[in-house]
Design a protein around this ligand. Structure first.
Ligand code: 2NL
Length: 355
């Protein structure tokens, strides 16, 4: 005949076998060891009411069971605890997080394409300072102090940039202090001609600055690529061939290219260069203002005054130059309506361009 102690033990063992969490163990402890209403407490009360000759044996067995239950619950709780990962541990079974892979900015991609088209033809790619002096940005480019083009340029001038925090910085006597942010990269080409004899075949890409307010087509900083070819016998035919070839490589081999007379202080003659509208294929649309053509480049034969300024002999030497705005070209190529999008670093915009 089974005793009430054995009955309770087997009941506990059945329930204990399926307990698998802290919460299960807590519920078991309450149910069996609770001071009031616990099964063991009820058993001990039952023992107290048992006949006197059975009481000691039953009492000992009941207390043994109580210890058994305590030990079993403690051990399982410890086992659960040690199988838990420590706080902050790495779960090596989780799939990894995909790293965000960046991509080339559309303006950088376009600039790189332009650079490689000219690099393949033997042009040297040049860098130069973004802060310039009057001489390299204006004077040497046939724009003396009173020249109206200086107004047209709407230049950002710097206040005594060689003085910082009240202390004069050491400036070498042969290095004029910068007084403005360059308005075109022509200054880089002037510096090159000052230090190199012809022949010259260079392009000068880089940031340039104008006193403009932000709108759909203007940013106070934008990027430009200028090109310069100088030597004996360089003609307008070379200018046309070079620019037609360049634009047909950049766009499509059958892109229409036309030249129209223009004016720049640093070239004579000068020409604006147009391509057939990519949008309407020349039939006329809003993008080309119904003309069928879109202006993409400024160009011309280098003015003799520029050669004189850098110490070249304009009787022996001729050359052509051109300038192109990267943003403007990118707007056209990708059908983007607002130049500011290129500088807001919004990934929803940038991720639309190919890797
Ligand atoms: C434009 C106009 C142009 C040049 C840039 C140049 C440079 C030197 C001498 C002569 Cl060192 N010319 N550069 C010439 C004609 C046009 O750019 O509308 N760019 C967006």
């Amino acid at each position: 005949m089974s005793s009430p102690v054995d009955d309770l033990r087997s009941r506990f063992q059945g329930e204990f076998a399926t307990a698998s969490s802290d919460a299960d163990l807590k519920a078991l402890r309450d149910r069996y060891l609770g001071r009031k209403g616990g099964a063991v407490a009820a058993l001990l009360k039952e023992v107290a009411g048992a006949p006197a000759d059975q009481r000691p044996i039953l009492g000992r067995e009941a207390n043994e069971l109580k210890r058994e239950i305590e030990t079993a619950l403690d051990e399982k709780r410890a086992a659960l605890e040690s199988s838990k990962a420590p706080a902050g541990a790495v779960d090596v079974s989780l799939p990894g997080r995909r790293p965000a892979i960046g991509r080339t900015h559309p303006l950088t991609a376009l600039r790189t394409r332009i650079e490689s088209i000219f690099a393949r033809q033997g042009y040297e790619i040049l860098d130069g300072p973004e802060t310039e002096d009057d001489w390299h940005n204006f004077e040497a480019l046939n724009m003396p102090a009173e020249h109206p083009a200086r107004d047209m340029q709407d230049t950002l001038y710097l206040k005594e940039p060689w003085v910082r925090g009240g202390a004069a910085l050491a400036v070498r006597a042969d290095e004029r202090p910068a007084t403005l942010l360059r308005t075109h990269t022509s200054a880089v080409q002037i510096r090159y001609m000052e230090t190199h004899d012809p022949p010259v075949r260079i392009i000068a890409p880089g940031r340039v600055y104008r006193r403009d307010n932000l709108d759909l087509t203007h940013t106070p900083m934008f990027q430009q690529v200028e090109g310069l070819v100088v030597g004996e016998g360089v003609t307008m035919a070379d200018l046309k061939g070079t620019l037609i070839g360049f634009l047909r490589e950049l766009f499509t081999p059958d892109t229409p290219v036309v030249f129209r007379p223009s004016f720049f202080p640093y070239t004579e003659p000068s020409a604006d260069v147009f391509i057939g509208c990519q949008q309407c294929k020349g039939s006329g649309c809003a993008m080309c203002k119904r003309t069928g053509f879109i202006e993409v480049l400024g160009s011309g034969m280098v003015h003799p005054a520029v050669f004189e300024a850098v110490g070249y002999d304009p009787v022996k030497i001729t050359g052509f130059a051109f300038g192109v705005g990267i943003e403007r070209l990118a707007l056209l190529m990708h059908g983007v309506e607002d130049i500011r999008l290129f500088y807001e670093n919004d990934l929803r915009f940038l991720e639309q361009f190919p890797l």
